[in-house]
Design a protein around this ligand. Structure first.
Ligand SMILES: C[S@@+](CC[C@H](N)C(=O)[O-])C[C@H]1O[C@@H](n2cnc3c(N)ncnc32)[C@H](O)[C@@H]1O
Length: 245
């Protein structure tokens, strides 16, 4: 007999999947370039086959937005492998623009080959990261980045916040022992939410020893689009590094 509890439920996503019209160059990149670096829940999660060569560190960025941080990290650290996850199609297209240099108004080539670009250590899952968790083996990542997640500041929306016990269970599982989970936020409600939720969780330890460790950008930081918006609008971002116990 059918057991309803055995049917995997699709998590509800509350953000935006599509925005403004995707213009010609971005549409071209989504159709021709994304399939070359796309990861799916059926992908074999072996770091070497995923990235085409052994990697020093393997990192995950959840909700990479326009991709500046993901691209910047991958450019600075060619020996590492980066898996970026983003639901918002225009954000994924922007990352492809950063990697390929192909912009609106350029003459589009007949085809693209990611092997010809400088940055070859990025892979992308263009959907909700929660749909990918099951495919990722235990202790796969050295670092997980969650940068400026949607804050959902109203109490009635608190259950939508990404930092919650269910997702933390998965983050803990896919991180190596001693691996880092980095959360950045500029929202006062989310700052408190992170501190409270992570404090109650015995799987992670906050690495900060003094105020500068969370008020200042980490040394290996690359600015994100949301961070720059927050600074322009007078909000102060904070950076929390948690180590998996
Ligand atoms: C506020 S934006 C921040 C983007 C980027 N990290 C930055 O700092 O510029 C949050 C992003 O997370 C993405 N996001 C939210 N939940 C997600 C999920 N479950 N899986 C993948 N992406 C998600 C959203 O689509 C959105 O682009």
């Amino acid at each position: 007999m059918l057991n309803l509890n055995q049917i995997p439920s699709t998590p509800k996503f509350f953000g935006r999947r599509k925005g403004r019209v995707v213009r010609k160059a971005k549409q071209f990149l989504l159709e021709n370039m994304l399939p070359q670096i796309r990861v799916t829940p059926e992908t074999n999660f072996d770091a070497e086959s995923l990235f085409g060569s052994p990697k020093q560190e393997v990192c995950l960025e959840i909700g990479f937005g326009d991709g500046q941080h993901l691209f910047g990290q991958a450019l600075k650290n060619p020996k590492n492998g980066y898996l970026g996850v983003e639901v918002f199609q225009n954000g994924v297209a922007n990352l492809l623009t950063l990697i390929s240099g192909i912009k609106e108004g350029d003459n589009l080539p007949d085809k693209v080959d990611v092997c010809e670009y400088n940055v070859q250590n990025i892979r992308v899952f263009d959907d909700d990261v929660r749909l990918l968790f099951k495919a990722i083996p235990d202790a796969f990542f050295d670092k997980v980045y969650l940068l400026f997640p949607d804050p959902w500041p109203k109490n009635k929306h608190a259950s939508r916040r990404f930092v919650n016990s269910e997702n933390l269970k998965e983050i803990k599982r896919i991180l190596k022992s001693g691996g880092i989970f980095r959360i950045a936020t500029d929202h006062p409600v989310y700052k408190k939410h992170v501190l409270r939720t992570m404090h109650q969780n015995s799987d992670f330890l906050w690495t900060a020893k003094c105020g500068d460790d969370w008020r200042k950008e980490p040394s290996d930081w690359v600015k994100t689009k949301y961070q720059q918006k927050a600074i322009r609008e007078g909000r102060r971002p904070v950076f929390f590094d948690y180590r998996k116990v």
